[in-house]
Design a protein around this ligand. Structure first.
Ligand SMILES: N[C@@H](CCC(=O)N[C@@H](CS)C(=O)NCC(=O)O)C(=O)O
Length: 231
């Protein structure tokens, strides 16, 4: 049995777009699995998600999906042409290397997001640590966002960049049930991981407000979330 180690369902789903991506992938692909709360400090790359399968640990959602495809087959992407796979690759990178950072900004740096995010994610800590740890982690996230480039922009620019990604995604989806057509692919795992985290998390932001204007993305996130709950 595959075990998915993730942060936990603080929002009724995992606040990490990558952990929610992994859960969505496993459910859409129909692989039986169990979820356990992971410890990022013990993960091989100090990040979650990781999986354990037959005693083997695999880290990073991209390598996990490669591993699962090699071991259990490729029910989601196997039918795609080389061109469609290239397309999928580019969209996935947009979600995970671009839009992701606006999501991070909206929760960790934007004060209004932080006020909501902090107690939800760090509320489990005992009182003295609850006062110290969140600010330390927040400072680390700010350093990462500065190194990566996002924090060199104004808030308007950061949200503007994120919302351009969202608008492109809305155009891609159009009126189809899944991002690339009638059937789910691994792109839907990435898209759901991000969109459910933007639209269904209790963090209000210009990113959420702008995404909510795309009726097709709202319906898509609702649909995939229902499918996750049902399976
Ligand atoms: N490329 C990785 C990204 C995973 C990732 O960024 N995980 C974040 C949560 S969204 C994490 O574990 N952060 C903890 C840290 O970096 O200290 C993947 O696809 O799995």
């Amino acid at each position: 049995m595959i075990t998915l180690y993730h942060f936990g369902d603080a929002f009724g789903f995992d606040p990490s777009p990558f952990c929610l991506k992994m859960e969505t992938y496993l459910r859409l692909a129909g692989h039986p699995f169990q979820k356990k709360r992971g410890d990022v400090r013990k993960a091989p790359k100090r990040q979650l998600p990781i999986i354990e399968d037959d005693g083997r640990i695999v880290a990073d959602s991209r390598f996990i999906i490669e591993y699962l495809k090699a071991k259990y087959g490729d029910p989601l992407d196997g039918h795609l042409s080389a061109g469609e796979k290239a397309n999928l690759h580019a969209w996935q990178r947009m979600l995970e290397e671009s839009l992701y950072w606006t999501i991070v900004y909206s929760r960790w740096i934007d004060d209004s997001g932080w006020r909501v995010f902090r107690p939800l994610v760090f509320g489990f800590l005992p009182a003295p640590l609850r006062l110290i740890i969140p600010s330390l982690v927040r400072r680390g996230v700010a350093r990462t966002l500065h190194g990566q480039g996002t924090l060199r922009h104004s808030p308007e620019e950061i949200y503007g960049l994120g919302l351009r990604d969202v608008a492109a995604l809305a155009t891609l989806l159009g009126d189809r049930p899944y991002m690339l057509g009638d059937k789910p692919t691994s792109l839907d795992a990435s898209a759901a991981g991000s969109l459910i985290n933007i639209l269904h998390a209790p963090v209000e932001s210009p990113l959420k407000a702008g995404t909510a204007k795309h009726a097709n993305l709202v319906a898509y996130a609702d649909r995939i979330r229902e499918r996750l709950k049902a399976s």
